[in-house]
Design a protein around this ligand. Structure first.
Ligand code: GLC
Ligand code: GLC
Length: 650
């Protein structure tokens, strides 16, 4: 948009650019800056317009973008241009991701090189390597307490190792995803050290207070993320003689985005990682980016403005790079991280579908899809040019993040139902073979979340201990059923390392004093490569899971209707054990696919009449793409086996 004030300001900024910037070839940079500047200017004014140093800060902002553009390697600039042309590239069903810890998966970055074939064997072409930036040993929160944002932790390797890996991935057609921990730094970060030494400019990078007055006011309405291990949201720093806001662990200091200097520093870091060849940046804990007294300090409007500004700036320098929002919040809030009031995504193109994940586990526990159906109905439609990251497990705990209203509508009492879920997954409910652990128990609210490996939560560990073939079979079926859902739902499926071979809980973290009080480590294993090798031996659980997933992944890639357009219809059926939806190709050039999941441990009849009225089952038989079987559909019902799924071509 052309707007006089912002345009004349842009002219002034460009004239004042330092010679080392001005005399570069910035053609594409200038076009993009011109196109985005009005938006950047408006957001920056809303957030920081009242400050006397506004003019100086916006000059620095533009210089930061320009400097990083100058550093952007030629091959990445080429990718940018290609992706601008084909801007829906990431909605394709071709992408299948895996999240992994570099050390847990392969020892270090060099080790990763020799394991890429394993990922490719499974069909993975998007790798999210969990955070690897320099962290203090022990106080690292698994990489989320960063001491130096521009250095790889020596335990993993060096920046050169990462560059080599990125180049190797590129040659294989695989995407690289890395984290930028935007909400906080380690208390050992240089900025925190300077703040501690009394430097006011750096104390302003954080939220620091002389006494408890303001912290106490904030505490009136702020929930706790880690109530057991890090109660409260503020920590007294002896050396600084002040309280500092620490929403997560006491050693993670929250950054203060009311200060434009913080925004510009973090943008510079985002662009630094974009220039390292990262295709997708996972922005951690984005719901927490803006703190406002009187509220929960989550999902504030300004947090969205910060992300929009980050996106607009990144589009100028590195438009080929996508953002993932990690916002594990209520369904109606998650969707806003694509960009509020927009048609096309204008914050993060990708967001974790935490609601779907939690609902899937709920359906496993109840063997019933009533809440799953309701809960999915409650997620607003995603935007164009936005997509979900669908996952079953990740490195964090599982929270029961669906709405109370939906729980009530499904016929349960919210508190009792959430308690049932914790009991079920910790194996404290009759008939449950799940072996998870309660995480983040909050005595005040009665809440708890769940840790545990996927296979253990699905009952495989319990079944193996009982040596019961039927229970082992049921656990494997559950694992495949869950994956069949994330592979077909619409969005990028993100598997978690170890799950494709049925990795169980790993309690070795208990021997490490820095980890033993955080049971999320039970599902962050060192991959057992002997176990992984069994994936090729028929008769083993590893083979059963791996070979089935491998097949589903390659099938997914062949089905155009699985690309993530606005192309899913949820279908009501008369049997509560089923989750049924159809996927279609918007151009209608390829067949519709009907996805059916039976969450019960018994076979269940699916009534066909209602679906016939929707145009399905018009012929005498139907083909299941997963098994290749042809199913007769002349009757009124189709029997669906226990814990099974179909991808029917209709
Ligand atoms: C993110 C990470 C989580 C971490 C938290 C604090 O949510 O996923 O593992 O504890 O941020 O950085
Ligand atoms: C909470 C936060 C999420 C974080 C998790 C860590 O769920 O919302 O961001 O990853 O805690 O366990």
């Amino acid at each position: 948009m052309y707007e006089q004030i912002s345009h004349s300001l842009l002219n002034e900024i460009l004239i004042a650019l330092k010679p080392e910037i001005k005399y570069q070839n910035l053609q594409h940079f200038y076009t993009r800056l011109g196109a985005n500047f009005y938006a950047i200017y408006s957001l920056f004014t809303t957030l920081y317009g009242d400050r006397p140093d506004f003019r100086k800060q916006i000059q620095r902002l533009v210089e930061t973008m320009a400097r990083q553009y100058i550093r952007r390697p030629q091959h990445l600039r080429k990718t940018d241009l290609a992706r601008e042309k084909n801007h829906n590239w990431f909605l394709s069903q071709q992408w299948v991701g895996m999240a992994l810890y570099c050390d847990g998966f392969a020892g270090d970055l060099q080790g990763m090189q020799s394991k890429l074939h394993y990922l490719q064997d499974l069909g993975i072409n998007l790798v999210h390597i969990m955070p690897m930036m320099d962290c203090p040993e022990g106080k690292s929160d698994g990489g989320y307490a960063v001491r130096d944002f521009r250095k790889i932790d020596s335990r993993f390797g060096t920046l050169d190792d990462l560059d080599n890996l990125a180049a190797n991935l590129k040659k294989r057609g695989m995407l690289l995803t890395l984290d930028v921990v935007v909400n906080h730094t380690s208390d050992q970060h240089e900025w925190a050290q300077k703040a501690r030494a009394g430097d006011q400019a750096f104390q302003d990078y954080y939220f620091t207070f002389d006494d408890r007055q303001v912290p106490d006011m904030y505490e009136e309405s702020m929930p706790e993320v880690f109530p057991e291990t890090a109660p409260g949201n503020f920590t007294w720093d002896e050396a600084m003689g002040k309280w500092v806001m620490t929403v997560f662990n006491s050693f993670q200091w929250d950054l203060n985005y009311r200060n434009p200097a913080v925004f510009i520093e973090m943008l510079d870091i985002v662009l630094f990682w974009a220039n390292r060849g990262t295709d997708i940046l996972r922005l951690d804990a984005v719901a927490f980016l803006w703190k406002k007294m009187g509220g929960t300090c989550q999902n504030e409007r300004e947090a969205h403005l910060i992300l929009q500004l980050m996106k607009d700036c990144c589009q100028v320098t590195a438009p080929g790079v996508l953002f993932i929002a990690e916002a594990i919040v209520a369904p109606t809030e998650i969707i806003k991280y694509f960009g509020e009031d927009a048609i096309n995504a204008k914050e993060c193109e990708i967001a974790y579908n935490a609601t779907f994940m939690a609902l899937l586990w709920e359906a496993v526990a109840t063997r019933n899809a009533t809440l799953l159906n309701r809960g999915i109905h409650s997620i607003p439609e995603k935007l164009e040019r936005a997509t979900w990251l669908n996952y079953v497990r990740c490195h964090d705990d599982i929270g029961w993040g669906f709405s109370d209203a939906d729980i009530v509508a499904a016929g349960y009492q919210p508190q009792a139902h959430r308690k049932f879920l914790v009991d079920y997954f910790t194996g404290n409910f009759p008939g449950s073979r799940a072996t998870g652990l309660a995480f983040g128990k909050n005595e005040k609210t009665g809440d708890a979340r769940i840790s545990g490996a996927l296979a253990s939560l699905a009952g495989l560990e319990g079944a193996l201990a009982e040596n019961s073939p039927e229970s082992i079979d049921a656990a494997i079926k559950t694992i495949l059923l869950l994956h069949s859902m994330i592979l077909s739902f619409g969005g990028i499926p993100l598997l978690y390392y170890g799950d494709a071979i049925g990795t169980l809980n790993d309690d070795s973290y208990l021997n490490d004093e820095h980890k033993s009080n955080d049971n999320r480590w039970i599902h962050r294993p060192h991959l057992d490569w002997n176990k992984a090798d069994r994936r090729t031996q028929p008769g083993t659980t590893e083979h059963a899971i791996f070979s089935a997933l491998k097949k589903l992944i390659s099938l997914r890639k062949e089905i155009p209707a699985f690309a993530d357009r606005i192309n899913r219809e949820l279908l009501d059926v008369d049997n509560p054990h089923f989750f049924v939806f159809s996927r279609f190709d918007q151009s209608n050039s390829s067949p519709r696919i009907l996805v059916i999941g039976n969450f019960d441990s018994e076979p269940q009849p699916l009534g066909l009449d209602a679906l016939r009225r929707k145009g399905f089952f018009q012929y005498e038989s139907v083909r299941d793409l997963c098994t290749g079987e042809t199913l007769p559909t002349t009757g009124n019902e189709l029997m669906i086996p226990a814990l099974s799924f179909y991808w029917l071509q209709t």
